[in-house]
Design a protein around this ligand. Sequence first.
Ligand SMILES: Nc1ncnc2c1ncn2[C@@H]1O[C@H](COP(=O)(O)OP(=O)(O)O)[C@@H](O)[C@H]1O
Ligand SMILES: [Mg+2]
Length: 257
Amino acid sequence: MALAATGPLLEVDHLEKHYGGVRAVDGISFTVERGSITGLIGPNGAGKSTALAMIGGFVQPSGGRIRFDGVDITGMAMHARARIGLVRTFQMARVFGNLTTLENLLVAAPRQRGERAAGVVGGRRAWRSQEKELVSEAQAMLETFSMAQKANDLAGTLSGGQKRAVEIMRALMMQPKLLLLDEPMAGLSPSLSRHLEDVLLKLADGGLSLLLVEHELETVDKLCGKVVVMAQGKVLSEGRMSELRLSREVQDAYVIG
Ligand SMILES: Nc1ncnc2c1ncn2[C@@H]1O[C@H](COP(=O)(O)OP(=O)(O)O)[C@@H](O)[C@H]1O
Ligand SMILES: [Mg+2]
């Protein structure tokens, strides 16, 4: 199958979402390039979460188009987006509290992969080796996030920050090309935030693209190449964080917001 490996990974084209009279997102356009960490910032109520929810397929747009990897995905269901490599996490971490941390990771992805790789051809033995592979993948992921020692703890007993990490790991088990993150640092201790920053940078080095909504501008500065600034449903500006800091428009939006 021919893959569209050129052009931006994500193209958002005049995207809109109206709730009654509220223009939560009011015709935004921007791109996420392959292998980049792109930031989406702006004051509270700017429309960032709504934009991310539309890109992830959780909210249907009122207008505009979304293209991912060269394909128009505007009307595509969330699980179908995940299958082609577009995965989102939620602003509030969602984990299965009565499963262990490791089990939370294992239930995130294995089925489709199992069917694809093992299903018909290899029978039960292939299933088992597939499962072993997934377990070692999950364990490696836990190591990366410094959570190996929590593998067998019930996820319900983890701290808020650790649950957040589990949610991100679950998303990564789906092997996304683009991961959408809505304020991943919110509520994390400073040391956990720094650690998550390092992990995200490492993942980006490995070729993962990220679209990151983040309130903490230090984090945005450290992680993001291009940053898109939203205010009142519109894109106000875009550029590198160092340039945006100097922009009067951006400063005003933050003070007013
Ligand atoms: N489900 C909804 N129903 C009505 N209004 C909404 C809904 N979701 C978001 N909004 C409104 O849309 C605007 C943008 O919200 P949101 O995308 O959450 O902003 P941000 O994430 O930038 O803080 C806000 O005014 C918010 O109140
Ligand atoms: Mg939000």
